[in-house]
Write a protein that binds this ligand. Sequence first.
Ligand code: GUN
Ligand code: ZN
Length: 445
Amino acid sequence: MNEILIRGRVLTFLAEPQGIDDTASYRYIEDGAVFVRDGKIVEIGSYGDMSKLVRSNTKLADHRPNLILPGFIDTHLHFPQTQAIASYGAQLLEWLNTYIFVEEQKFARAAHAAEVADRFMDELLSNGTTTAVAYCSVHPESVDAYFAAAEARGMCMIGGKVMMDRNAPDALRDTPQQGYDETKRLIERWHGRGRAHYAISPRFAITSTPGQMDMSKALVAEHPDCYVQTHLSENRDEIAFATSLYPEAKDYTDIYARYGLLNSRMLLGHCIHMSAREVAVLAETGAVGVFCPTSNLFLGSGLFNAAQFDRLGARWSVATDVGAGTSFSMLETMDEAYKVLHLQGQRLTPFNSFYRMTRGNALALGLEKRIGSLQAGADADIVVLDSTAKSAMEFRMRTATSLAEELFILQTMGDDRCVAEVYVAGKAMKTRKPKAVLRESLQLA
Ligand code: GUN
Ligand code: ZN
């Protein structure tokens, strides 16, 4: 039996905060601890109470005065774009053609996919992200590399091969049948293996013919427990192009609705330029709009309207969208989210930000019993945050008088340097020896 007691200031959310004073929406324990056995949380409480559970072989991890939260969750990013972040000067369609469709061709080589997958998982972990939903490339080998790297670290990860059969270079196109067959094989191999979940991934309406959308519909019907992910209404030129390819559809959202893709396991990246009708369709079907603020600013796509989603009762989550997103850090992502909403006269309280990165995103994935909260029975995916990691933060923190203020400082000034430790199923991952270093030392031996 493997036991560890993780001590620090414990913070976990119970419900969506209804304002900056909503103290009932979270549990905060000043001298708290999380008791973990064999990768699962047994109990959380005061250190005094939790220390009664300690036995001779229980390890102690004293993180005082740092904060202990559930690991962050990122609901949309692209693993093959890890090395294409910061590609200059273009809006969506030109950016895809100039940079991304060139970069993704490298993933035909399994060795390249494996190398990037290792870097990708380690980057997520060093930013405190313990679960993510990613697109792989069109190559099945990229999916194998992705889930193998996640499995080696014990991470709960969601992903899938993109399907594209038009408007992409030859080397990145599959066919409707090939996309279907390869997706089926990958679902059989990976979905439900350990902590892996598969996401059926037609990239977007522009790169899938009606034939491929039919195949996506069949896959979704045959695998209702898999996730589905695509892109929707990110950019004006994209919307015009997509709707011209499906003239029978009422609007962009209706394209996906007609192919039976909208359900509560569907994640739709961006959803920026949406009519009330379209958001209402998401609300009806339970599909989730994914807010990707750093990406939306970087590509000049527009401003996600969270208030419209809330008003119409539609679900939304938050994500980095690396590599159009400019950081793996969910803290930096929420910093930009705050500004995007502020520009529209909307408010995102610090409690709401931290709720969104943890329990909110877990609810969007239907995984709230397993991840996103520090609660008995959940997986021990945990992030430890140091609000004084940078000298400017340390100086600013001297004047902070409330938890809300501390969280806002973390979000506004913080990045991976504030992640003091990250636990995946109870195992410390940030301070472990990086894999690349291990390999080098093995070669020397
Ligand atoms: N739409 C279709 N593919 C992509 C992608 O890779 N990134 C972004 N931001 N939007 C997309
Ligand atoms: Zn995307």
